[in-house]
Design a protein around this ligand. Structure first.
Ligand code: SAM
Ligand code: SF4
Ligand code: SF4
Length: 333
């Protein structure tokens, strides 16, 4: 069913995509996301319940949102996730229900998630070697993640997408290995440019590896052909293998080739704040409104007014750029 476009920002962009973070907690400590020292989690009463998430998601979907992505923190840490997925999938108007996970807990649950109504899955993986994986995530658990990827493929959560944050001198030498992995597994590997959204304030411009540089390196070994997409709001520039091998590689280049002009995304944080941009300096407290007993119309008016104020773009490349206070694991990537 095609719903009318109801949510538009002041730049005329239609908002179709809601990312729902369901927890700020995580069992990994990826250094580009979390601090290495103990993180202070939000107290449980501040976190949206499944009831509240469903209630809000229904309102968002009634306003033309048709893509939902469940994320975190690590969403699979939340108890009985399958029941949330099942209820989100049942909302009329949801055309695409996806989840981003570190896949540590995926083996044994991928099939149940698919059966609950999950359409697609994105798995984060930044290195294919155990030592480097441990260095990047703070956990020596590459085997479980590779197992989780296999489980997702077996469950038919296709296409399985792999997100890999490329960082100069840390894992950028593995681009061709990742392309080989895409071919062998038939998955879509997407290289993401490192963004200044890390909690440890380690981001430096010199660490950003332009996606185009990685593409050229891969193309020299496995010639690539552009995959044309009709979807302007798609974040990845996609390429298939010219020799017809399965799998794809994609490049998400927010720093060197920003795609804000076609952004269709807003976010709901685990503690019930709407963020209209990854780099928002302000958040909008819809949880308070909901808990104060706001009517459906009041929620709609609030959302419409918030979307109207969506930022035109990020300012990573401007000299006055200031990193947002909340970082990726709290925002919901
Ligand atoms: N824990 C889940 C996972 O890792 O897939 C979901 C949440 S995680 C915050 C979502 C995505 O954000 C991951 O693919 C991760 O690689 C990406 N991410 C986190 N910090 C980032 C950063 N500083 N720059 C670019 N991507 C980042
Ligand atoms: Fe956890 Fe995902 Fe952040 Fe890694 S990227 S620390 S798995 S939330
Ligand atoms: Fe959208 Fe903000 Fe990301 Fe740009 S930086 S693509 S406006 S969320």
């Amino acid at each position: 069913m095609i719903l009318p476009v109801l949510l538009k920002d002041s730049y005329g962009r239609a908002i179709r995509d809601l990312r729902i973070s369901i927890t700020d907690r995580c069992n990994f400590r990826c250094f580009y996301c979390m601090p290495q020292e103990a993180m202070e989690w939000k107290p449980k009463p501040e976190i949206l319940t499944y009831e509240e998430i469903i209630q809000l998601a229904e309102v968002f979907v009634s306003l033309g949102i048709n893509k939902l992505r469940v994320t975190g923190g690590e969403p699979m840490l939340r108890r009985d996730l399958e029941s949330l997925i099942e209820r989100l999938a049942r909302i009329e108007g949801v055309e695409d229900l996806a989840m981003t996970t570190n896949a540590h807990f995926l083996r044994g649950r991928a099939k149940a998630l698919k059966d609950a109504g999950l359409n697609r899955i994105t798995i984060s993986l930044d290195s294919l070697t155990p030592d480097r994986f441990a260095l990047l995530t703070g956990r020596n658990e590459l085997t479980q993640v590779l197992d989780g990827i296999d489980a997702a493929i077996e469950a038919g959560l296709s296409p399985v997408k792999i997100n890999s944050v490329a960082m100069r001198g840390i894992n950028d030498d593995q681009a061709v290995d990742f392309a080989r992995f895409a071919r062998e597994k038939g998955v879509h590997v997407r290289f993401i440019e490192f963004m200044p959204l890390d909690n440890g304030k380690v981001w430096r411009r010199e660490m950003v590896v332009p996606g185009e540089e990685l593409r050229r390196r891969i193309d020299a070994v496995y010639p690539l052909e552009r995959v044309k997409s009709e979807n302007l709001s798609e974040t990845a520039r996609r390429w298939r293998f010219a020799d017809g091998a399965p799998g794809e590689v994609g490049f998400i280049n927010p720093v060197t080739q920003p795609f804000c002009g076609h952004c269709s995304r807003i976010r709901l944080t685990a503690d019930g704040m709407i963020r209209t941009c990854l780099f928002s300096a302000v958040e909008h407290n819809i949880k308070q409104l909901l808990r104060d007993g706001a009517s459906r119309d009041e929620l709609i008016d609030f959302i419409a007014a918030v979307v109207e104020k969506k930022e035109d773009r990020h300012h990573i490349n401007d000299p006055e750029f200031v990193q947002p206070l909340r970082t990726m694991s709290c925002i919901g990537g």
